[in-house]
Design a protein around this ligand. Structure first.
Ligand SMILES: C[S@@+](CC[C@H](N)C(=O)[O-])C[C@H]1O[C@@H](n2cnc3c(N)ncnc32)[C@H](O)[C@@H]1O
Length: 403
């Protein structure tokens, strides 16, 4: 069958009339191949797009990690900005778009790999394009070299601790103290397994290792730096995917809040925004996970020269900050999970907060919540797309709203 690709879907697949989904194809391209159940799994590219480049990674065809590696950086940046523009347009909103900031190759400092035992040993890698396949990724172009370096140890850990049929989720995070590893889905942590894992963690120089939430090794603090503060997040805690991406998000948020003296940081995590902003303002950080706030607070107490930072553990879906609580702030930073923050957006809309810096990893919920805020009279001043999930269809965005 010969088809012309009309657009890209939200997972980065080309879509032709039908719809027929065509992975590894770009808009405008003419492709040929067999179509089965609405999918052309192995397209031959008859007419390539000017945005097409040769994928840089030998694992690209099989691996599901980099759905857009066949597109140039400029193409991907334009497409990601368009994804946000289209989501906003669906809510009858438009904005000035700042140039997209894209993280470099080999900059991912946090990733979750899968580990499976085999008859001969173990496989560590990512799930492939076809969901039942599994791909090893030695030399992965996304991951920071410090994470690639521990892959052989992750194989050993998989051999020791994965059950015959189960699969380990191995979350590796680069920290100042060394690699921080959180494993889930493993065998029960009996004494012999504990000793063997602790020994491996020592030999590998891991900062910390946990097994289904149980600490196995705590050798050095797994420190992340947020501005002037050094924070040791709880095992497996959220962290922005790349240092460069985080720097771009923090720069945009700083710019959005300007000279605000009192700032609420909602969905604050361990202080990615709160601690750098505390260089110039008093901060109230609100977050659902008390352990993340404890890490933020400890980091603030150890740092010098920061303004006061207070913390509050609170479920912001059920108990958003209300207008009478919000009125004491000059600016609010909000960075919810993928589901967005509809309830909090409604309360923000009814507040008199002069500036809102909205950060999001989901353009659809971002646009929905933006509509709520804009409908109450806020202006959407600008939008900054940050691409820290290079070659993937994920989109990260910061926006400034003001009254
Ligand atoms: C996208 S992360 C952002 C964290 C932080 N701003 C950062 O950049 O590192 C979203 C945060 O929201 C928190 N969270 C999720 N659901 C929540 C809820 N219902 N109430 C409060 N916080 C929640 C998560 O624990 C996580 O730290």
């Amino acid at each position: 069958m010969r088809l012309t690709i009309e657009r890209l879907g939200h997972l980065g697949d080309g879509i032709a009339e039908g719809p027929v989904f065509v992975p590894m194809a770009l808009p405008g391209e003419v492709v040929e191949g067999e179509v089965e159940a609405g999918r052309m799994a192995s397209p031959k590219i008859v007419t390539p797009s000017p945005g097409r480049v040769k994928p840089a990674c030998p694992h690209y065809r099989a691996c599901g990690g980099c759905a857009l590696m066949h597109a140039s950086d400029a193409f991907v940046a334009d497409w990601k900005a368009d994804v946000v523009r289209t989501a906003l347009a669906a809510q009858r909103l438009e904005a000035e778009f700042r140039p997209v900031v894209t993280s470099a190759a080999h900059s991912r400092r946090r990733a979750t790999l899968a580990g499976r035992r085999t008859k001969k040993g173990a496989l560590v890698g990512f799930h492939g394009r076809a969901s039942d396949t599994f791909v090893e990724v030695p030399g992965c172009l996304l991951l920071h070299p410090d994470l690639i370096a521990v892959m052989p140890v992750l194989s050993e850990i998989t051999m020791l601790g994965a059950s015959r049929k189960g699969e380990l989720a191995l979350t590796v995070t680069r920290s100042d103290g060394g690699v921080d590893l959180a494993v889930s889905g493993g065998k029960p942590l009996e004494q012999s397994l504990f000793s063997a894992l602790a020994d491996l963690a020592r030999r590998a120089g891991f900062a910390r290792m946990s097994w289904d939430g149980e600490p196995v090794a705590n050798r050095r603090p797994p420190v992340q730096r947020f501005g002037a503060a050094s924070v040791s997040p709880p095992a497996g805690a959220f962290l922005q995917a790349t240092e460069e991406g985080e720097a771009a998000l923090v720069a945009a948020v700083r710019d959005a809040v300007g000279n605000a003296r009192r700032i609420a940081d909602l969905f604050s995590g361990c202080g990615t925004f709160a601690l750098p902003l505390a260089e110039n303002a008093e901060i109230h950080a609100v977050e659902g996970e008390a352990a993340m706030l404890a890490a933020l607070d400890a980091g603030w107490r150890r740092a010098e020269g920061l303004h006061r930072v207070t913390t509050e553990a609170r479920d912001l879906f059920r108990r958003p900050l209300m207008p009478d609580e919000l009125k004491r702030y000059d600016a609010v930073v909000i960075d919810p999970p993928r589901a967005g923050a509809e309830a909090q957006a409604r309360e923000l809309a009814g507040s008199g907060v002069p500036v809102i810096a909205a950060v999001s990893c989901n353009p659809v919920t971002f646009a929905r919540d933006s509509r709520i805020i804009a409908a109450a009279g806020y202006r959407l001043d600008w939008v900054q797309v940050v691409d820290q999930f290079r070659w993937s269809p994920h989109v990260e965005v910061v926006a400034r709203f003001s009254r």
